[in-house]
Design a protein around this ligand. Sequence first.
Ligand SMILES: N[C@@H](CCC(=O)N[C@@H](CS)C(=O)NCC(=O)O)C(=O)O
Length: 234
Amino acid sequence: MTDLSSLPITKKWPAQHPDRVQLYSLPTPNGVKASIFLEETGLPYEPHLVSFSTNDQMSPEFLSLNPNNKIPAIVDPHGPGGQPLALFESGAILLYLAEKSGQLLPSDPARRYETIQWLMFQMGGIGPMFGQLGFFHKFAGRDYEDKRPRDRYVAESKRLLSVLNQRLVGRDWIMGDEYTIADIATFPWVGNLVGFYEAGDLVGIQDYPEVTRVLQAFRARPAVKRGLEIPKRA
Ligand SMILES: N[C@@H](CCC(=O)N[C@@H](CS)C(=O)NCC(=O)O)C(=O)O
């Protein structure tokens, strides 16, 4: 039986099943990337809720895993060399779990790097830009008199949507027939933009029909439906 009790994170979030991947998260667009992957692949895992309303992400136990105080983070009790491996950054988590499970990342080297390229496109572009748009459109930034920051993020989000739309022409998913971690990284953010952020009209989402088509297909997947609710909010 694996023993994770020496890890400080397990003091606040005890592992009931220390043999399983431990997920510390909240159902946000970054958080659900990990839970959707785990639901899609069936890798055994145990979710733990990191509540922002109680600032759990700033607790010493969480910071021991991710000094950057952001979800998601994981501990794989059976990491390289059979030792526990702690990881943060959703892109790194997706890559690690895909390689570990041999799922949702093409094995052909060229296609594998193409998938990683689109994963990075989400991590460096879609996530940060849509996130800023959300701040200026829906949250505190909404009240700023100067609309130039908001307009900048709207313009950049539109540009990214148009790149994604073009990529999806004639393809079922970002990598064609193959559903991959690039889709799992990207579509929670597109869903969040038009859903929670209520920015669909602002970015003119109807101008990106390939994106909305694939978003619909993504949302219809049973594992996505489950993953979007994990960990359960209190
Ligand atoms: N680049 C990081 C971003 C993670 C991130 O921004 N997480 C947000 C929720 S979507 C968070 O934990 N925010 C809490 C905070 O900033 O205190 C990743 O992809 O994992």
